[in-house]
Design a protein around this ligand. Structure first.
Ligand SMILES: Cc1cc2nc3c(=O)[nH]c(=O)nc-3n(C[C@H](O)[C@H](O)[C@H](O)COP(=O)(O)O)c2cc1C
Length: 424
């Protein structure tokens, strides 16, 4: 397992100015940390200490109140249920958060064309992906460390997904054992893989996923490194022990790589252990499951992945948590659809906040979408009930959008459903 921090201790010394030492000491705020491994496992402390909680947190709800009427209400209520530093970790994006904002704005900029007098007796939201039937195209994205926000963590999320028959993608960095999470849902379930530096660790994860009944492997490719969001750094987030990755075993405890002072902690440090095309090829050889590449935004990468035998892709900028200033996932979608062809299974995530957003992403070329942060907020606010309710709200809005645009099936949603302003 990747060591959590290839830490150079970076200090401002009165004699030498800004200096680096490769002493493998505890990370300082602002240090770069690997993703694909839980960077927040390190004993991470902000200079000023962690953010203090202004008011006591509420206990998760066991009934849905009227104030939870729209999917976005879960985000509005989340600060009352999630500790401030954890909320900073979850809500934040990389860098100046340009991509985070772009995801939401791109969806908000789209308008729909209303159609009238359509018969909906035989209408359905059912789709088939990788030969697997989904009752609707709303999946839950892989999210790490869910016991951070709710004591039942991934178990509750899986139970909520099962209730609404939503596809569930379980993260490599889940805080509960993948076998037990899988047992909580009878809806389609996929395992998200971060390729580990040791082949043996990757192979073990793949074998466990296959044995646990996951029916596809989603390999995340666009987050080999990530700097913690400035929000999380400022808040002094520290991952509690109970939310640590439960499926990585000893591989989570690799010793730090010691670098010479003239070496870069990014190039010769973290990137030296980031997976390349060969490692992906090895994963494809090792698994008998269908494979999905997550984090594809460049058409040339998409074509190469198809040549390698990938079975599906997720167009994703990692919820604005990977390269900042990259475009919204939605804006990358048409280019990838063109590169992969009409029939290739394509998902999208990033910024989905409603069933209308789901509709828009499908109209722009996706077969299905994944919801990230909103699922965490729903989990925190009302556990499995909240997750199920969130999915139901999103599904209802999707069906409303279909009913009012004249689309009786997911396949019939296309660009013609989008309104183009005169002169645009
Ligand atoms: C707190 C948090 C943890 C995440 N953990 C993972 C992860 O373990 N694996 C992964 O592939 N993506 C992870 N992601 C990215 C999501 O799967 C997804 O791509 C993104 O959240 C979608 O954007 P949205 O939050 O705007 O819906 C994480 C995102 C967040 C916010």
């Amino acid at each position: 397992m990747v060591q959590l921090l290839r830490a150079h201790d970076v200090r401002l010394s009165p004699e030498k100015g800004l200096s680096q030492t490769a002493n493998g000491s505890s990370p300082q705020p602002g240090a770069f940390l690997p993703v694909g491994s839980p960077w927040y496992l390190c004993n991470y402390k902000a200079m000023g200490g962690p953010t203090t909680q202004s008011s006591p947190l509420r206990k998760p709800l066991d009934a849905i109140p009227p104030e939870l009427a729209a999917p976005s209400d879960y985000e509005r209520l989340a600060p009352e249920f999630i500790e401030a530093a954890a909320l900073a970790l979850i809500s934040g994006g990389s860098g100046g958060e340009q991509s985070l904002r772009a995801n939401v704005q791109a969806l908000a900029d789209i308008e729909l064309h209303s159609r009238i007098l359509q018969d909906f007796d035989a209408a359905s939201t059912r789709i088939t992906l990788l030969g697997q039937v989904f009752r609707h195209p709303v999946l839950l994205a892989p999210i790490s460390a869910q016991t951070l926000v709710h004591p039942q963590g991934e178990f509750a999320t899986a139970a909520g997904a099962s209730d609404q028959q939503a596809g569930l993608v379980v993260s490599t960095l889940a805080s509960q054992p993948m076998e037990e999470i899988a047992a909580q849902t009878d809806a389609p379930k996929w395992f998200q893989l971060y390729i580990q530096p040791e082949h043996e660790s990757t192979r073990t994860l793949i074998e466990r996923a296959e044995n646990a009944g996951f029916t596809a492997l989603m390999v995340t490719l666009n987050a080999p490194i990530q700097k913690p969001s400035y929000r999380a750094m400022r808040a002094g987030f520290v991952l509690p022990d109970h939310a640590r990755p439960a499926n990585l075993g000893a591989s989570a405890k690799r010793p730090p790589v010691v670098l010479r002072p003239d070496q870069s902690p990014i190039f010769q440090g973290m990137m030296s252990e980031a997976p390349g095309w060969d490692e992906l090829a090895r994963v494809l050889e090792q698994t008998s499951l269908p494979t999905i590449a997550k984090g594809v935004t460049h058409p040339q990468d998409a074509k190469r992945l198809i040549d390698m035998g990938i079975n599906a892709m997720v167009v994703s900028n990692h919820g604005g948590r990977a390269l900042d200033a990259m475009p919204a996932s939605l804006h990358c979608l048409p280019g990838i659809r063109e590169a992969v062809g009409d029939e290739f299974p394509l998902l999208m995530d990033g910024g989905i906040q409603s069933g209308y957003d789901v509709f828009k992403a499908i109209a722009m070329g996706a077969d299905a979408v994944m919801i990230g942060r909103l699922q965490v907020y729903a989990l925190a606010v009302a556990g499995s009930l909240g997750v199920a309710h969130l999915i139901k709200l999103v599904r209802d809005e999707l069906e409303l959008a279909m009913a009012q645009t004249g689309c009786t099936s997911i396949e019939s949603i296309n660009r013609e459903c989008l309104f183009t302003r005169a002169g645009a």
